[in-house]
Design a protein around this ligand. Structure first.
Ligand SMILES: [Zn+2]
Length: 326
C-alpha cells in the first residue's frame, strides 16, 4: 500500500515537472543566429560587430524578455497568416496602411505583425547608422535579428502555433528549441555573405509565406511519428539540475529532424543570411558610414531603467499574450 502511494506520488511529481519550452528558437537558437550573422558582414562592418559580438549575441533574446514587461511586444514575433484564408493570403494587403484600412489595427495586432515590424526596425537601424550612434546601432541590430529569426519559424505563421488545435500541444518548443538544441552543434553554419536587399518589405513577405507553406509538414510528420513511436518512446525523462523532466526523446527528435529533411538547419541558415543582409542593407542605406568613428555615448538613464524593468519582469515570469508566440 505504502509502495503504491509512493509510486503514485512519483508519477505525479514527474508529470508536474514536465517541461514546456517557451522561447522561440530557444535562447540557444536566437543567440546562434545573431552570432553567426556577424561573419556574413563585409570588412567595413565586421570590426564593429566582431568587437561587440557578445552584445549582439546576448541581446538577441531581449525581445522575448520584453514580452514580460511590455504588452505591445507579443504580436511583433508572429503572424497568423491562416487567419486570412488560404495561401498566398491575397486578401491580406501587403502594405501596412492598406491592411489597417481593411482590418483595423487592433485586429491585425491580434493576429501578429512580424512581417511589418521588421521593416520598421530596419528604418530605426538605418537611422542609428546615419547618426553614428553605437549604442543604438547595436541595440537595433540585436533586436531586428530576433524578429527576422522568428519569421523563419513555420509555427510563427499559423494560429495553430503550438499544435493546440490538432492535439499536438508542445510542438512549438519541440520544433524550435528541443531539436536544434540536441543537434544544432552539427549544423553547417557556413552560409556565405550578406547581400543588399533591394525590397525589404517584399523580402519579408517571402520569408513568412515560405514559413507558412511549411506548417503542414511540420504538423503532419510529428503526427505520423507519434503513431509510429507511441507515447512511451516519444517521450523520455531527463535530469535538469535537481529536477526530472519529461521531454521529447532523442530518438523521436532525430526521426523528426530526418523526416523534415533537416528543416531546422535550413531555416537557421536562411535566418542567418537574412539577419546579416538586413544589417548590411541598413548600413548601405545610411550611406556606408565609417564605423571606426562612432559616438560612444553612455546609455541614457531612461533606457537603463527600461532594460532593468524588462529583466525584472522577465525574472518574475508574468507574460503578456500567448505563451508560445515568442
Ligand atoms: Zn520571439
Amino acid at each position: 500500500m505504502a509502495r503504491a502511494t509512493l509510486l503514485l506520488l512519483l508519477c505525479f511529481l514527474l508529470t508536474i515537472t514536465a517541461v514546456t519550452y517557451v522561447y522561440s528558437w530557444g535562447f540557444w537558437g536566437h543567440k546562434r543566429i545573431n552570432r553567426v550573422a556577424v561573419f556574413t558582414l563585409p570588412p567595413q562592418m565586421l570590426s564593429l560587430f566582431k568587437a561587440n559580438i557578445e552584445y549582439v549575441t546576448d541581446h538577441s533574446v531581449d525581445p522575448d524578455k520584453r514580452r514580460y514587461s511590455n504588452a505591445e511586444e507579443a504580436p511583433r514575433h508572429y503572424i497568423d497568416l491562416d487567419r486570412y484564408g488560404s495561401y498566398p493570403f491575397d486578401s491580406l494587403p501587403r502594405r501596412w496602411d492598406d491592411a489597417v484600412a481593411r482590418y483595423g489595427e487592433d485586429s491585425l495586432k491580434k493576429h501578429g505583425i512580424v512581417v511589418w515590424h521588421v521593416p520598421l526596425m530596419l528604418y530605426r537601424l538605418t537611422e542609428a547608422f546615419r547618426s553614428k550612434d553605437k549604442g543604438r546601432i547595436l541595440h537595433y541590430a540585436a533586436d531586428i535579428g530576433h524578429y527576422i529569426a522568428d519569421a523563419h519559424v513555420p509555427l510563427h505563421c499559423t494560429h495553430n502555433y503550438n499544435g493546440q488545435l490538432t492535439n499536438q500541444t508542445g510542438i512549438h518548443g519541440f520544433w524550435e528549441s528541443r531539436v536544434p538544441e540536441l543537434f544544432g552543434d552539427n549544423y553547417d553554419f557556413f552560409v556565405g555573405k550578406a547581400e543588399y536587399i533591394e525590397h525589404p518589405a517584399e523580402y519579408m513577405w517571402n520569408v513568412v509565406l515560405k514559413s507558412s507553406s511549411e506548417v503542414d509538414s511540420v504538423l503532419l510528420f510529428e503526427r505520423e511519428l507519434t503513431e509510429q513511436f507511441g507515447s512511451d518512446r516519444k517521450y523520455a525523462f531527463e535530469q535538469r539540475g535537481d529536477a526530472t523532466i519529461r521531454t521529447y526523446s532523442k530518438d523521436f527528435s532525430a526521426a523528426y529532424q530526418e523526416k523534415l529533411n533537416d528543416m531546422q538547419e535550413r531555416k537557421m541558415r536562411a535566418a542567418i543570411v537574412a539577419v546579416g543582409s538586413f544589417w548590411y542593407t541598413a548600413w548601405v542605406n545610411a550611406g556606408k558610414p565609417d564605423l571606426g568613428e562612432l559616438k560612444d555615448g553612455p546609455v541614457s538613464e531612461e533606457e537603463q531603467l527600461e532594460l532593468e524593468a524588462m529583466d525584472k519582469a522577465w525574472r518574475d515570469g508574468k507574460i503578456y499574450g500567448r505563451e508560445h508566440s515568442d
